[in-house]
Write a protein that binds this ligand. Structure first.
Ligand SMILES: [Zn+2]
Length: 361
């Protein structure tokens, strides 16, 4: 068993928050202790370097990549913590794995804080066309490294939740389908088993969801799974109040450690497939802010109506500003707020003004 009590010690504290451009990450990677294993494996559309770091020389090869979507930085932070853990406080599983980590596959998107690359292409829909240099970098690594496992690391929006009343989905997982029939060949079964293990380790602490497994070969995970390599999609999501995703970061780190531990222990220790199917499917019931008694703000609304506000993430002076945007109004019976404010209460109205939200202007 791995303990997590050393997390505060190994956490890369110089890197925090949502905006994660390449420079600080590359500075960390280039620091002396890592440099031997670090390689430039390609360049982005705007000629930024894409780095991969190799760690360990064990028999289980694991390829992990993050920030394929440039504005999805939480899993990158967790990868840096994982690297630091391997450097400073070597986990038992390290000697049985060989990791190839790509912390930022889409450095142009990371700099601009966009999902897409500099050509406005979603790299996670380019797995067949391979039209973009970043897509080809990943495919080349897949072909040359020949991983036994792949981990495709992302962030998801705050809208996702599980159950009723819903709980925020702080982590979501998917073992992508390997074929249109969405069966469970051995490789997918291994991926699902590892997800069962990851989910089990944190499900008493956070909400954990499972994504829909519609098969789409344009997605990288489906393509790699279809090639017979167990592939896991990990999505970092919202933890109540944690918009910087520093708490979620820990849970991603923990999940990655659990998966690696599961990989070295072998398929026999993995939970049965039923554990994977028991993870509730994600729904999207949440807005960031739900405003009750919205008629106080918008007098033409019927009494008791609500407003649903979603934060837009806006890059301003190297930080992310959360700008509320009105996306729903009405009775909103199936809509839940991570934060609920009542427009009839003065202190709640002040909070709303503090968010820079002024309806009707
Ligand atoms: Zn993504």
């Amino acid at each position: 068993m791995i303990g997590f009590s050393d997390y505060e010690q190994i956490k890369v504290k110089t890197i925090q928050g949502r905006y994660l451009p390449p420079e600080p990450v590359y500075d960390f990677l280039k620091s002396d202790m890592n440099s031997k294993a670090l390689k430039v494996v390609g360049h982005s559309v705007e000629h930024r370097e894409i780095y991969a770091l190799r760690m360990g020389s064990g028999r289980n090869k694991v390829l992990l990549w993050s920030q394929m979507h440039g504005n999805e930085s939480t899993t990158t932070k967790a990868l840096l913590d994982l690297i630091q853990k391997c450097q400073k406080n070597k986990p038992d599983w390290l000697e049985d794995v060989e990791l190839l980590l790509v912390p930022i596959l889409n450095p142009d998107g990371a700099r601009a804080y966009t999902r897409t690359n500099a050509n406005d292409i979603d790299l996670n829909r380019d797995a067949q066309r391979l039209s973009q240099p970043e897509s080809r970098v990943l495919k080349d690594l897949f072909d040359t490294f020949k991983p036994d496992y792949c981990m495709n690391l992302h962030d998801q929006r705050t809208i996702y939740g599980i159950g009723t009343p819903p709980r925020a989905a702080t982590l979501s997982f998917l073992a992508p389908a390997a074929d249109p029939g969405r069966g469970f060949p051995d490789s997918r079964r291994k991926a699902a088993g590892l997800i069962g293990l990851m989910a089990e380790s944190s499900s008493s602490e956070i909400g954990i969801g499972r994504y829909d497994d519609t098969f789409n070969l344009d997605c990288v995970g489906d393509t790699f799974q279809a090639a017979g390599v167990p592939t896991l999609l990990v999505e970092a999501g919202h933890y109540p109040g944690d918009y910087e995703r520093e708490i979620t970061r820990f849970y991603v780190y923990k999940a990655l450690c659990k998966a690696l531990e599961g990989i070295v222990s072998g398929p026999r220790v993995l939970p049965p497939l039923s554990k994977y199917h028991e993870i509730p499917e994600n729904t999207s019931p949440f807005v960031d802010v739900l405003v009750k008694n919205a008629q106080v703000l918008l007098p033409n609304l019927p009494s008791g109506n609500k407003l649903g506000l979603q934060f837009e993430e806006v890059l301003q002076e190297d930080a992310i500003y959360f700008k509320p945007k009105l996306i729903h109004k009405g009775a909103l019976s199936g809509v839940w707020g991570h934060r609920v404010l009542d427009a009839e209460k003065r202190e709640d109205l002040e909070q709303l003004n503090g968010l820079d939200f002024f309806p009707g202007l």
